[in-house]
Write a protein that binds this ligand. Structure first.
Ligand code: F6R
Length: 615
């Protein structure tokens, strides 16, 4: 959730830290702060509000120095106040710390520290962490060159919970320390400078050389060196990896919002997701990193998908696709439920987790649980080097490019594309014929152009949005593979426009939600499948009979009669394997325009964060 950046080098730290922090703001944006070290004392600015406000404050406070840490917060312990925002400084002014994660035993440690006379300024678990380091620092041998690092190491032994931290010490102007357990942390190796960050995007403008910390590791950045050790002081040689992101990919360009930019980037994103992934005879897909042979895949008799939020909706589409084309039974679980549920699983089950960020804590825990039980695991994710990517036995990178808007768009359609390719690959290992494979690949190759065609509905969707922007409730209906798209449409609308919305299987509506139908509750119907067109028309009649305005999404060759619907958005005809991708686009555009017309902060919706790294 929260974003962390640390800097040590020859340059002024503040502008570098704040630039990194701006790029991390999507992780959390309740409050933000920075502290640097000058002449052995900390200069600090912190406040509630956005990083842009912090930039002004830090300049007013003249926060300077060549060593510093900063943080953008998504509140867990304690409300959104200046006192609770990070960095925190210890009771004796020796230690300053920023933290991402949750300390579970903070109350008992706080009690202990209070008994030694420590007074707390905030309600946070982080201040407890900071003061415990100071407590141990005071006890370490003053003459030891590793006194600071040792005090952090000693503290970690007492901490239960999750953390990614960056810490500085007033007595150590040449040292920046970091540690991780359950929250991501990376080191950036720049020219005469070293950085720490919770996310590559924070440091990409300064370096593409990074070292990923593993859980249970500490890092000391000192005199230009990266010293990596474990809790029990075992050294690890840093494995420097090259990031192949283009900085421009994460810039806004001419777009007013990242969400709109990312919606319009979808032709390119899915092209990149598919690049080099078709078999030579163009009748199947191929994936380089599965680490599971075709023979082994043929032994799989069940797939279990685990994910959260939008990625979970992608899994539901994956269920339809894989069952339809590969005839393998599929189950879909919320990762947060799976991790605590002792679900009986057949030994030939393949567990696949989906995560854009690759850092969602519940998805990571579900993956660990599946691994612990001995299941083969795969990860589909968009962040090269992320924890989930590194933990899974094999995986498929999405290559959709960085997604900054908190509401997922291009990462979702890229997941749908990969799942469609996976259904093709698994199908071709089983009963899908060569000819069907050829047609399938042909459809996938047309997908980027079809997305481009579909995006031409933007103006029409804007008009629909203008008409319905003041609604308070909204129902999304779809059948079969359009049901998850209805769920996703409802999620997009509620998360960025704060309108109450629900997604339902169209026929299931009669079993309860029909009671909500009235003329103030518009109903969006995904009426895109020719084979069940008649059924969908009946469902629409049921809604119409009860006076609700109907907005239909239909395909070119099967439009709905004008007197049946109030508004209609037409998308191109296409192969069923890619229909969920095209049908998602009107959902994205509608929620974007409605939220924008209502004056909502589209890229940073209230209470949300891009990457949910706490339970
Ligand atoms: C909604 C959204 C979230 C994420 C969810 C999982 O627009 O983006 O629901 O899908 O938090 O995140 P990842 O995919 O990073 O695991």
């Amino acid at each position: 959730m929260c974003g962390i950046v640390g800097y040590i080098g020859n340059r002024e730290a503040t502008p570098i830290l704040l630039e990194g922090l701006k790029r991390l703001e999507y992780r959390g944006y309740d409050s933000s702060g920075i502290s640097t070290l000058v002449d052995r004392s900390f200069k600090m600015s912190k406040q509630t509000g956005r990083v842009a406000d912090l930039v002004r404050l830090a300049s007013k406070d003249r926060v300077s120095g060549t060593l510093g840490i900063c943080h953008t917060r998504w509140a867990t312990h304690g409300g959104v106040t200046k006192e609770n925002s990070h960095p925190h400084i210890s009771f004796d002014g020796k230690i300053s710390l920023v933290h991402n994660g949750v300390i579970e035993n903070y109350l008992s440690i706080k009690k202990f520290l209070e008994s030694t006379g420590v007074e707390f300024q905030s309600e946070t678990d982080t201040e407890v962490f900071c003061n415990l380091i100071a407590y141990h620092y005071a006890k370490e041998d003053e003459s030891s060159p590793t006194r600071f690092l040792d005090s952090v190491r000693r503290t970690l032994k007492h901490i239960e919970g999750t953390y990614g931290i960056a810490v500085i010490c007033a007595d150590c102007p040449n040292e920046l320390v970091g540690a991780r357990k359950g929250s991501p942390l990376i080191v950036g190796i720049g020219e005469d400078e070293l950085l720490l960050a919770s996310d590559v995007s924070a440091i990409i403008s300064r370096t593409t050389n990074v070292v990923y910390l593993n859980d249970g590791e500490l890092v000391s950045l000192k005199d230009g060196k990266v010293n990596l050790t474990t809790w029990d002081d075992q050294e690890r040689t840093p494995d420097i990896q090259q990031i192949n992101w283009d900085i421009e990919e994460s810039e806004l360009g001419d777009y007013p919002h990242y969400m709109l930019k990312e919606i319009f980037e979808q032709p390119e994103a899915v092209t990149n997701s598919m690049r080099g992934r078709f078999s030579d005879d163009r009748s199947s897909a191929k994936f380089g990193g599965l680490n599971i042979s075709p023979q082994e895949l043929r032994q799989i008799d069940r797939i279990l998908f685990c994910a959260c939020g939008t990625a979970w909706h992608a899994c539901l589409v994956g269920e339809y696709l894989i069952e339809r084309y590969a005839r393998i039974p599929v189950e879909v679980e919320y990762a947060s439920e799976f991790r605590y549920r002792n679900a009986p699983l057949d030994k030939n089950t393949l567990v696949i987790v989906l995560s854009q960020s690759g850092e969602t804590i519940d998805t990571l825990a579900a993956l660990s649980e599946a691994k612990r039980k001995g299941f083969r695991t795969l990860a589909i994710n968009n962040s090269v080097g992320s924890t989930i990517a590194r933990e899974a036995d094999g995986g498929i990178y999405q290559h959709a490019g960085p997604e900054v808007g908190v509401a997922s768009t291009k990462a979702f359609t890229s997941q749908l594309t990969i799942l469609s390719m996976l259904a093709l690959y698994l199908g071709r290992l089983r009963d899908l014929s060569y000819q069907e494979g050829i047609e399938y690949v042909d459809a996938l190759e047309k997908l980027p152009n079809l997305i481009g065609e579909t995006l031409k509905i933007n103006d029409a969707v804007l008009k629909v949005a203008e008409k319905y922007k003041d609604m308070q409730d909204c129902l999304f209906l779809g059948r079969q593979d359009m049901f998850p798209i209805a769920l996703e449409g409802a999620l997009k609308l509620k998360e960025i426009s704060y309108i109450h919305a629900e997604g339902y299987p169209a026929a299931e509506m009669k079993h309860g939600p029909i009671a909500l139908i009235c003329k103030e509750c518009p109903v969006i119907v995904l009426a895109t499948q020719p084979d069940i067109h008649g059924k969908l028309v009946s469902n629409i009649q049921e809604v119409k009979a009860r006076g609700a305005p109907i907005i239909a999404v239909a395909c070119e060759s099967t439009p709905l009669p004008d007197d049946l619907v109030d508004d209609q958005i037409i998308i191109p005809d296409c192969h069923r394997s890619i229909l969920p991708v095209l049908a998602s686009i009107p959902m994205q555009l509608l929620s974007y325009h409605i939220a924008n017309l209502r004056g909502c902060d589209v890229d940073k919706p209230r209470n949300l964060a891009k990457s949910v790294t706490v339970e």
